[in-house]
Design a protein around this ligand. Structure first.
Ligand code: GLN
Length: 471
Protein backbone atom coordinates (compact mmCIF):
# COMPACT_ATOMS: atom_id res chain seq x y z
CA UNK A 1 0.00 0.00 0.00
CA UNK A 2 1.38 3.43 -0.79
CA UNK A 3 1.77 6.03 1.95
CA UNK A 4 -1.25 8.13 1.07
CA UNK A 5 -3.61 5.15 1.25
CA UNK A 6 -2.87 4.42 4.90
CA UNK A 7 -5.47 4.86 7.61
CA UNK A 8 -4.52 6.88 10.70
CA UNK A 9 -3.83 3.71 12.66
CA UNK A 10 -1.63 2.26 9.91
CA UNK A 11 0.26 5.52 9.43
CA UNK A 12 0.85 5.82 13.19
CA UNK A 13 2.19 2.30 13.23
CA UNK A 14 4.51 3.08 10.32
CA UNK A 15 5.86 6.16 12.11
CA UNK A 16 6.49 4.23 15.32
CA UNK A 17 8.26 1.42 13.49
CA UNK A 18 10.27 4.02 11.56
CA UNK A 19 9.12 2.62 8.22
CA UNK A 20 8.91 6.26 7.13
CA UNK A 21 9.28 9.65 8.80
CA UNK A 22 6.56 12.22 9.36
CA UNK A 23 8.33 14.43 6.85
CA UNK A 24 8.25 11.67 4.22
CA UNK A 25 4.58 11.11 4.92
CA UNK A 26 3.75 14.82 4.60
CA UNK A 27 5.78 15.08 1.40
CA UNK A 28 4.03 12.07 -0.10
CA UNK A 29 0.68 13.83 0.35
CA UNK A 30 1.96 17.23 -0.80
CA UNK A 31 3.38 15.65 -3.97
CA UNK A 32 0.13 13.85 -4.64
CA UNK A 33 -1.85 17.05 -4.14
CA UNK A 34 0.40 18.78 -6.71
CA UNK A 35 -0.39 16.29 -9.45
CA UNK A 36 -3.79 14.85 -8.56
CA UNK A 37 -5.61 17.94 -7.30
CA UNK A 38 -5.40 19.49 -10.77
CA UNK A 39 -8.18 17.04 -11.66
CA UNK A 40 -10.23 17.15 -8.47
CA UNK A 41 -9.84 20.76 -7.25
CA UNK A 42 -10.42 19.80 -3.61
CA UNK A 43 -8.04 22.38 -2.11
CA UNK A 44 -8.44 26.14 -1.91
CA UNK A 45 -5.13 26.61 -0.07
CA UNK A 46 -2.22 24.23 0.40
CA UNK A 47 -0.25 24.98 3.56
CA UNK A 48 3.02 23.34 2.56
CA UNK A 49 5.30 25.28 4.93
CA UNK A 50 3.03 24.68 7.89
CA UNK A 51 2.77 20.96 7.10
CA UNK A 52 6.53 20.50 6.72
CA UNK A 53 7.36 22.35 9.93
CA UNK A 54 4.71 20.39 11.87
CA UNK A 55 6.01 17.11 10.45
CA UNK A 56 9.58 17.99 11.33
CA UNK A 57 8.60 18.66 14.93
CA UNK A 58 7.05 15.20 15.18
CA UNK A 59 10.18 13.60 13.72
CA UNK A 60 12.25 15.40 16.35
CA UNK A 61 10.07 13.91 19.09
CA UNK A 62 10.33 10.43 17.58
CA UNK A 63 14.11 10.73 17.26
CA UNK A 64 14.51 11.39 20.98
CA UNK A 65 12.29 8.43 21.78
CA UNK A 66 9.22 10.39 22.94
CA UNK A 67 5.85 8.64 23.00
CA UNK A 68 3.71 10.25 20.34
CA UNK A 69 -0.08 10.52 20.28
CA UNK A 70 -2.01 8.63 17.59
CA UNK A 71 -2.59 11.75 15.51
CA UNK A 72 0.98 13.04 15.65
CA UNK A 73 2.49 13.35 12.21
CA UNK A 74 -0.73 12.34 10.46
CA UNK A 75 -1.66 14.71 7.62
CA UNK A 76 -5.18 16.15 7.45
CA UNK A 77 -7.15 18.65 5.40
CA UNK A 78 -9.51 21.22 6.92
CA UNK A 79 -12.70 22.65 5.44
CA UNK A 80 -12.17 26.31 4.68
CA UNK A 81 -14.77 27.56 7.14
CA UNK A 82 -12.69 26.45 10.15
CA UNK A 83 -10.09 28.94 11.39
CA UNK A 84 -6.36 28.18 11.46
CA UNK A 85 -4.28 31.03 12.84
CA UNK A 86 -2.33 32.91 10.18
CA UNK A 87 -3.93 30.96 7.31
CA UNK A 88 -6.54 32.24 4.86
CA UNK A 89 -10.13 31.25 5.70
CA UNK A 90 -12.33 32.13 2.74
CA UNK A 91 -15.51 30.12 3.32
CA UNK A 92 -15.31 29.88 -0.51
CA UNK A 93 -16.69 33.42 -0.63
CA UNK A 94 -15.44 36.54 -2.39
CA UNK A 95 -16.29 38.49 0.74
CA UNK A 96 -13.57 36.64 2.67
CA UNK A 97 -11.19 36.06 -0.24
CA UNK A 98 -8.20 37.61 1.55
CA UNK A 99 -9.23 37.05 5.15
CA UNK A 100 -6.47 35.69 7.40
CA UNK A 101 -7.69 33.88 10.52
CA UNK A 102 -6.49 35.62 13.70
CA UNK A 103 -6.77 32.54 15.93
CA UNK A 104 -7.22 28.76 15.91
CA UNK A 105 -10.60 27.08 16.15
CA UNK A 106 -10.74 24.94 19.30
CA UNK A 107 -10.65 21.71 17.26
CA UNK A 108 -7.52 22.96 15.46
CA UNK A 109 -5.88 23.96 18.73
CA UNK A 110 -6.52 20.44 20.04
CA UNK A 111 -5.20 18.75 16.91
CA UNK A 112 -2.09 20.95 16.86
CA UNK A 113 -1.36 19.97 20.46
CA UNK A 114 -1.49 16.34 19.38
CA UNK A 115 1.05 16.97 16.62
CA UNK A 116 -1.29 16.96 13.63
CA UNK A 117 0.10 17.94 10.23
CA UNK A 118 -2.14 20.36 8.33
CA UNK A 119 -1.94 20.06 4.54
CA UNK A 120 -4.41 22.79 3.63
CA UNK A 121 -7.93 24.15 3.39
CA UNK A 122 -10.62 22.48 1.32
CA UNK A 123 -13.31 23.80 -0.98
CA UNK A 124 -16.98 24.10 0.04
CA UNK A 125 -20.23 25.66 -1.02
CA UNK A 126 -20.01 29.34 -0.09
CA UNK A 127 -20.54 29.63 3.68
CA UNK A 128 -21.46 25.91 3.66
CA UNK A 129 -24.71 26.61 1.82
CA UNK A 130 -25.30 23.90 -0.71
CA UNK A 131 -25.13 20.20 -1.47
CA UNK A 132 -22.68 20.02 -4.40
CA UNK A 133 -19.72 22.39 -3.77
CA UNK A 134 -20.79 24.17 -6.98
CA UNK A 135 -21.70 27.24 -4.90
CA UNK A 136 -18.01 27.90 -4.20
CA UNK A 137 -17.15 31.39 -5.48
CA UNK A 138 -13.84 30.01 -6.84
CA UNK A 139 -14.36 26.68 -8.65
CA UNK A 140 -16.35 23.47 -8.27
CA UNK A 141 -14.72 20.33 -6.85
CA UNK A 142 -15.08 17.07 -8.78
CA UNK A 143 -16.03 13.64 -7.58
CA UNK A 144 -12.98 11.32 -7.74
CA UNK A 145 -15.27 8.43 -8.80
CA UNK A 146 -16.50 10.34 -11.86
CA UNK A 147 -15.03 13.70 -12.78
CA UNK A 148 -18.27 14.82 -14.43
CA UNK A 149 -20.11 14.56 -11.13
CA UNK A 150 -20.25 16.60 -7.94
CA UNK A 151 -18.60 15.36 -4.73
CA UNK A 152 -21.65 16.47 -2.75
CA UNK A 153 -21.59 19.37 -0.37
CA UNK A 154 -21.01 21.50 1.35
CA UNK A 155 -17.87 19.67 2.63
CA UNK A 156 -17.22 18.42 -0.92
CA UNK A 157 -13.54 19.40 -0.89
CA UNK A 158 -12.87 17.47 2.32
CA UNK A 159 -14.76 14.35 1.16
CA UNK A 160 -13.11 14.36 -2.28
CA UNK A 161 -9.67 14.87 -0.69
CA UNK A 162 -10.11 11.83 1.57
CA UNK A 163 -11.59 9.70 -1.23
CA UNK A 164 -8.74 10.57 -3.58
CA UNK A 165 -6.05 9.96 -0.92
CA UNK A 166 -4.97 13.61 -0.90
CA UNK A 167 -4.99 13.52 2.93
CA UNK A 168 -5.25 10.85 5.58
CA UNK A 169 -8.43 12.37 7.03
CA UNK A 170 -10.31 15.65 6.98
CA UNK A 171 -12.50 17.93 9.04
CA UNK A 172 -15.85 19.11 7.74
CA UNK A 173 -18.90 20.86 9.10
CA UNK A 174 -22.47 19.66 8.95
CA UNK A 175 -25.52 21.89 9.33
CA UNK A 176 -28.10 19.84 7.44
CA UNK A 177 -26.05 17.05 5.91
CA UNK A 178 -22.82 18.63 4.73
CA UNK A 179 -20.52 15.92 6.08
CA UNK A 180 -22.75 12.89 5.55
CA UNK A 181 -23.97 13.58 2.02
CA UNK A 182 -20.52 14.27 0.50
CA UNK A 183 -19.18 11.23 2.39
CA UNK A 184 -21.94 9.20 0.76
CA UNK A 185 -21.19 10.61 -2.72
CA UNK A 186 -17.45 10.03 -2.38
CA UNK A 187 -17.51 6.61 -0.67
CA UNK A 188 -15.86 7.59 2.63
CA UNK A 189 -16.99 7.69 6.27
CA UNK A 190 -18.56 10.93 7.45
CA UNK A 191 -19.48 11.52 11.10
CA UNK A 192 -21.72 14.35 12.24
CA UNK A 193 -21.43 14.35 16.03
CA UNK A 194 -24.28 15.16 18.42
CA UNK A 195 -24.98 18.87 18.72
CA UNK A 196 -22.65 20.15 21.44
CA UNK A 197 -20.16 17.28 21.27
CA UNK A 198 -17.54 19.35 19.43
CA UNK A 199 -16.87 23.03 20.13
CA UNK A 200 -17.98 25.38 17.36
CA UNK A 201 -15.49 28.03 18.43
CA UNK A 202 -13.62 29.07 15.30
CA UNK A 203 -16.15 27.53 12.91
CA UNK A 204 -17.62 30.30 10.75
CA UNK A 205 -21.27 30.43 11.79
CA UNK A 206 -23.95 29.49 9.27
CA UNK A 207 -26.90 28.31 11.39
CA UNK A 208 -25.73 28.18 14.98
CA UNK A 209 -28.39 25.84 16.36
CA UNK A 210 -27.48 23.25 13.72
CA UNK A 211 -23.77 23.63 12.90
CA UNK A 212 -21.39 20.88 14.03
CA UNK A 213 -17.79 20.10 13.16
CA UNK A 214 -17.17 16.45 12.33
CA UNK A 215 -14.84 13.98 10.65
CA UNK A 216 -14.32 12.49 7.21
CA UNK A 217 -12.15 9.39 7.31
CA UNK A 218 -11.26 6.16 5.53
CA UNK A 219 -12.25 3.90 8.44
CA UNK A 220 -14.68 4.07 11.37
CA UNK A 221 -11.78 3.45 13.75
CA UNK A 222 -10.14 6.63 12.42
CA UNK A 223 -13.42 8.52 12.88
CA UNK A 224 -13.47 7.52 16.54
CA UNK A 225 -9.87 8.64 17.05
CA UNK A 226 -10.41 12.07 15.49
CA UNK A 227 -13.80 12.56 17.13
CA UNK A 228 -12.38 11.83 20.58
CA UNK A 229 -9.49 14.20 19.91
CA UNK A 230 -11.73 17.16 19.07
CA UNK A 231 -14.77 16.51 21.30
CA UNK A 232 -15.48 17.93 24.72
CA UNK A 233 -16.56 20.94 26.73
CA UNK A 234 -15.02 24.24 25.68
CA UNK A 235 -15.49 27.39 27.77
CA UNK A 236 -15.46 29.34 24.50
CA UNK A 237 -18.64 27.61 23.24
CA UNK A 238 -21.42 27.57 25.82
CA UNK A 239 -23.36 24.95 23.83
CA UNK A 240 -20.51 22.44 24.04
CA UNK A 241 -20.75 19.63 26.57
CA UNK A 242 -18.42 17.17 28.24
CA UNK A 243 -18.74 13.72 26.73
CA UNK A 244 -20.25 11.29 29.18
CA UNK A 245 -17.87 8.36 29.06
CA UNK A 246 -20.60 6.02 30.29
CA UNK A 247 -22.54 6.52 27.09
CA UNK A 248 -19.54 5.53 25.01
CA UNK A 249 -20.16 1.81 24.55
CA UNK A 250 -17.16 -0.34 23.93
CA UNK A 251 -18.95 -3.52 22.95
CA UNK A 252 -22.45 -4.79 22.36
CA UNK A 253 -24.11 -7.95 21.10
CA UNK A 254 -25.47 -7.83 17.59
CA UNK A 255 -28.22 -10.23 18.67
CA UNK A 256 -29.45 -7.62 21.15
CA UNK A 257 -29.37 -4.80 18.61
CA UNK A 258 -32.68 -3.35 17.45
CA UNK A 259 -32.43 -1.39 14.23
CA UNK A 260 -35.28 0.93 13.28
CA UNK A 261 -36.01 1.58 9.63
CA UNK A 262 -38.31 4.58 9.12
CA UNK A 263 -41.01 3.86 6.56
CA UNK A 264 -41.17 7.56 5.60
CA UNK A 265 -37.59 7.34 4.28
CA UNK A 266 -38.43 4.83 1.57
CA UNK A 267 -40.99 6.70 -0.44
CA UNK A 268 -41.14 8.32 -3.85
CA UNK A 269 -38.16 10.46 -4.79
CA UNK A 270 -35.60 7.92 -3.68
CA UNK A 271 -33.57 6.39 -6.49
CA UNK A 272 -34.61 2.73 -6.87
CA UNK A 273 -31.03 1.48 -7.12
CA UNK A 274 -30.00 3.41 -4.00
CA UNK A 275 -32.98 1.91 -2.21
CA UNK A 276 -31.84 -1.57 -3.21
CA UNK A 277 -28.26 -1.03 -2.00
CA UNK A 278 -29.55 0.22 1.37
CA UNK A 279 -32.11 -2.57 1.77
CA UNK A 280 -29.42 -5.16 0.96
CA UNK A 281 -27.16 -3.63 3.61
CA UNK A 282 -29.96 -3.76 6.17
CA UNK A 283 -30.61 -7.39 5.23
CA UNK A 284 -26.98 -8.22 6.00
CA UNK A 285 -27.38 -6.86 9.52
CA UNK A 286 -30.49 -9.00 9.89
CA UNK A 287 -28.52 -12.04 8.74
CA UNK A 288 -25.86 -11.22 11.36
CA UNK A 289 -28.63 -11.50 13.98
CA UNK A 290 -29.82 -7.93 14.53
CA UNK A 291 -33.54 -7.29 14.82
CA UNK A 292 -34.99 -5.02 12.17
CA UNK A 293 -38.12 -3.05 13.03
CA UNK A 294 -40.14 -0.73 10.85
CA UNK A 295 -40.65 2.58 12.64
CA UNK A 296 -42.54 5.74 11.82
CA UNK A 297 -41.22 9.30 11.90
CA UNK A 298 -44.50 10.94 10.85
CA UNK A 299 -43.27 14.53 10.62
CA UNK A 300 -40.45 13.71 8.19
CA UNK A 301 -42.16 15.51 5.32
CA UNK A 302 -41.85 18.83 7.16
CA UNK A 303 -38.14 18.50 7.87
CA UNK A 304 -36.77 20.06 4.67
CA UNK A 305 -39.08 23.12 4.72
CA UNK A 306 -38.50 23.57 8.46
CA UNK A 307 -34.77 23.21 8.02
CA UNK A 308 -34.73 25.85 5.29
CA UNK A 309 -36.71 28.28 7.43
CA UNK A 310 -34.56 27.86 10.53
CA UNK A 311 -31.21 27.64 8.74
CA UNK A 312 -31.88 30.70 6.57
CA UNK A 313 -33.21 32.71 9.53
CA UNK A 314 -30.09 32.01 11.55
CA UNK A 315 -27.89 32.59 8.50
CA UNK A 316 -29.44 36.00 7.84
CA UNK A 317 -28.51 37.04 11.37
CA UNK A 318 -25.05 35.44 11.36
CA UNK A 319 -24.07 36.91 8.01
CA UNK A 320 -25.03 40.45 9.04
CA UNK A 321 -21.46 40.80 10.36
CA UNK A 322 -20.06 40.95 6.79
CA UNK A 323 -20.70 44.63 6.32
CA UNK A 324 -17.56 45.69 4.45
CA UNK A 325 -16.16 47.20 7.65
CA UNK A 326 -15.34 44.44 10.10
CA UNK A 327 -14.05 41.69 7.81
CA UNK A 328 -12.82 41.04 4.31
CA UNK A 329 -13.99 42.75 1.17
CA UNK A 330 -14.77 46.44 1.52
CA UNK A 331 -16.16 48.53 -1.30
CA UNK A 332 -15.51 51.85 0.35
CA UNK A 333 -15.69 54.27 -2.51
CA UNK A 334 -19.38 54.68 -1.68
CA UNK A 335 -21.17 57.93 -0.91
CA UNK A 336 -22.03 56.99 2.66
CA UNK A 337 -21.98 54.13 5.14
CA UNK A 338 -25.07 52.44 3.74
CA UNK A 339 -23.42 52.46 0.33
CA UNK A 340 -20.39 50.64 1.75
CA UNK A 341 -22.61 47.99 3.30
CA UNK A 342 -24.66 47.48 0.17
CA UNK A 343 -21.82 47.45 -2.36
CA UNK A 344 -19.64 45.15 -0.27
CA UNK A 345 -22.47 42.66 0.19
CA UNK A 346 -23.72 42.86 -3.40
CA UNK A 347 -20.23 42.14 -4.73
CA UNK A 348 -19.04 39.86 -1.95
CA UNK A 349 -21.87 37.33 -1.66
CA UNK A 350 -22.91 34.81 -4.30
CA UNK A 351 -26.47 34.10 -5.45
CA UNK A 352 -27.26 31.26 -3.05
CA UNK A 353 -26.04 33.21 -0.03
CA UNK A 354 -28.13 36.22 -1.07
CA UNK A 355 -31.16 34.01 -1.63
CA UNK A 356 -30.85 32.64 1.90
CA UNK A 357 -30.29 36.03 3.51
CA UNK A 358 -33.45 37.30 1.85
CA UNK A 359 -35.49 34.24 2.78
CA UNK A 360 -34.27 34.33 6.38
CA UNK A 361 -34.78 38.05 6.77
CA UNK A 362 -38.32 37.65 5.48
CA UNK A 363 -39.09 34.73 7.82
CA UNK A 364 -37.86 36.75 10.82
CA UNK A 365 -39.53 40.03 9.94
CA UNK A 366 -42.32 41.55 12.04
CA UNK A 367 -45.64 40.06 11.05
CA UNK A 368 -44.09 36.91 9.56
CA UNK A 369 -42.03 35.74 12.53
CA UNK A 370 -44.95 33.90 14.15
CA UNK A 371 -46.18 32.44 10.88
CA UNK A 372 -42.79 31.13 9.74
CA UNK A 373 -39.93 31.07 12.22
CA UNK A 374 -41.91 30.38 15.37
CA UNK A 375 -44.08 27.80 13.60
CA UNK A 376 -40.94 26.13 12.28
CA UNK A 377 -39.51 25.86 15.80
CA UNK A 378 -42.72 24.21 16.99
CA UNK A 379 -42.61 21.66 14.19
CA UNK A 380 -38.97 21.08 15.05
CA UNK A 381 -40.16 19.92 18.48
CA UNK A 382 -42.61 17.52 16.82
CA UNK A 383 -39.76 16.08 14.76
CA UNK A 384 -37.75 15.64 17.95
CA UNK A 385 -40.67 13.83 19.56
CA UNK A 386 -40.83 11.46 16.57
CA UNK A 387 -37.22 10.46 17.22
CA UNK A 388 -37.74 10.24 21.01
CA UNK A 389 -40.62 7.82 20.47
CA UNK A 390 -38.66 5.76 17.96
CA UNK A 391 -35.68 5.48 20.29
CA UNK A 392 -37.89 4.01 23.01
CA UNK A 393 -38.27 0.99 20.72
CA UNK A 394 -34.98 0.75 18.86
CA UNK A 395 -31.27 1.33 19.53
CA UNK A 396 -30.27 2.89 16.23
CA UNK A 397 -31.96 4.01 13.04
CA UNK A 398 -30.81 3.08 9.52
CA UNK A 399 -31.63 5.07 6.40
CA UNK A 400 -30.09 6.08 3.11
CA UNK A 401 -27.82 9.11 3.56
CA UNK A 402 -29.02 10.73 0.34
CA UNK A 403 -31.86 9.90 -2.06
CA UNK A 404 -29.53 9.60 -5.07
CA UNK A 405 -25.89 8.88 -5.86
CA UNK A 406 -23.64 11.78 -6.97
CA UNK A 407 -25.35 13.81 -9.69
CA UNK A 408 -23.80 15.53 -12.71
CA UNK A 409 -22.10 18.92 -12.38
CA UNK A 410 -24.67 21.49 -13.51
CA UNK A 411 -27.64 19.15 -13.08
CA UNK A 412 -29.25 20.82 -10.06
CA UNK A 413 -27.53 24.16 -9.72
CA UNK A 414 -30.18 25.99 -11.71
CA UNK A 415 -32.97 24.59 -9.54
CA UNK A 416 -32.40 25.38 -5.84
CA UNK A 417 -35.43 23.36 -4.73
CA UNK A 418 -34.13 20.15 -6.28
CA UNK A 419 -30.79 20.84 -4.55
CA UNK A 420 -32.57 21.34 -1.20
CA UNK A 421 -34.19 17.91 -1.52
CA UNK A 422 -30.74 16.30 -1.25
CA UNK A 423 -31.07 16.93 2.50
CA UNK A 424 -34.29 14.99 2.95
CA UNK A 425 -32.72 12.24 5.12
CA UNK A 426 -30.00 14.28 6.81
CA UNK A 427 -31.79 17.53 7.76
CA UNK A 428 -34.21 15.89 10.27
CA UNK A 429 -31.23 14.48 12.21
CA UNK A 430 -29.59 17.92 12.31
CA UNK A 431 -32.79 19.60 13.51
CA UNK A 432 -32.83 17.21 16.47
CA UNK A 433 -29.07 17.34 17.14
CA UNK A 434 -28.51 13.58 16.96
CA UNK A 435 -25.23 11.92 15.96
CA UNK A 436 -25.16 10.16 12.59
CA UNK A 437 -22.55 8.60 10.37
CA UNK A 438 -22.60 7.83 6.67
CA UNK A 439 -20.93 4.54 5.79
CA UNK A 440 -20.36 3.38 2.20
CA UNK A 441 -22.24 0.12 1.67
CA UNK A 442 -22.33 -0.35 -2.09
CA UNK A 443 -22.40 1.19 -5.52
CA UNK A 444 -24.81 2.21 -8.22
CA UNK A 445 -22.62 1.67 -11.28
CA UNK A 446 -19.31 3.18 -10.19
CA UNK A 447 -20.93 5.65 -7.78
CA UNK A 448 -20.78 4.95 -4.03
CA UNK A 449 -23.90 4.81 -1.84
CA UNK A 450 -23.91 5.63 1.87
CA UNK A 451 -25.95 4.13 4.69
CA UNK A 452 -26.86 6.64 7.41
CA UNK A 453 -26.69 5.24 10.94
CA UNK A 454 -28.43 7.54 13.43
CA UNK A 455 -27.85 7.17 17.18
CA UNK A 456 -29.18 8.52 20.44
CA UNK A 457 -27.50 11.69 21.70
CA UNK A 458 -23.78 11.22 22.40
CA UNK A 459 -23.72 7.61 21.22
CA UNK A 460 -21.13 8.33 18.54
CA UNK A 461 -19.08 5.39 19.62
CA UNK A 462 -21.96 2.99 19.22
CA UNK A 463 -22.92 4.06 15.70
CA UNK A 464 -19.26 3.88 14.68
CA UNK A 465 -18.91 0.37 16.13
CA UNK A 466 -22.00 -0.70 14.23
CA UNK A 467 -20.68 0.92 11.07
CA UNK A 468 -17.45 -0.97 11.50
CA UNK A 469 -19.26 -4.24 10.80
CA UNK A 470 -19.54 -3.20 7.16
CA UNK A 471 -15.76 -2.93 6.74
N1 GLN B 1 -27.35 21.20 1.90
C1 GLN B 1 -27.70 21.86 3.13
C2 GLN B 1 -27.79 23.34 2.92
O1 GLN B 1 -27.52 23.79 1.85
C3 GLN B 1 -26.74 21.49 4.19
C4 GLN B 1 -25.62 22.42 4.34
C5 GLN B 1 -24.75 22.07 5.48
O2 GLN B 1 -24.93 21.08 6.17
N2 GLN B 1 -23.81 22.95 5.74
O3 GLN B 1 -28.15 24.06 3.82
Amino acid sequence: MSLHQLSIVQAHDGLLKKKFSALELAKAFLDRIKTEDKKISAFLTVTEDLALSQAKRVDDLISVGEDIPLLAGIPLAVKDNILIEGIKTTCASKILEDYIAPYDATCIEKLKKLGAVILGKTNLDEFAMGASTENSAFFPTKNPHDLNRVPGGSSGGSAAAVADDLCCYALGSDTGGSIRQPASFCGVKGLKPSYGAVSRYGLTAFASSLDQIGTITKTTEDAKIVFEAIAGKDPKDSTSVAINKKLQVTSYKLQDLKIGVPKEYFVEGIDKEVEKVIKDAIKKFENFGAKIEEISLPHTKYAVPIYYLIATSEASANLARYDGIKYGLSKNQGQNLLDVYLRSRVEGFGDEVKRRIMLGTYALSAGYYEAYYLKAQKVRTLIKEDFDRAFQKVDVIFSPTAPTPAFKIGEKIIDPLSMYLCDIFTAPVSLVGLPAVSIPVGFVGKLPVGLQIIGKPFEENKILKIGQLTE
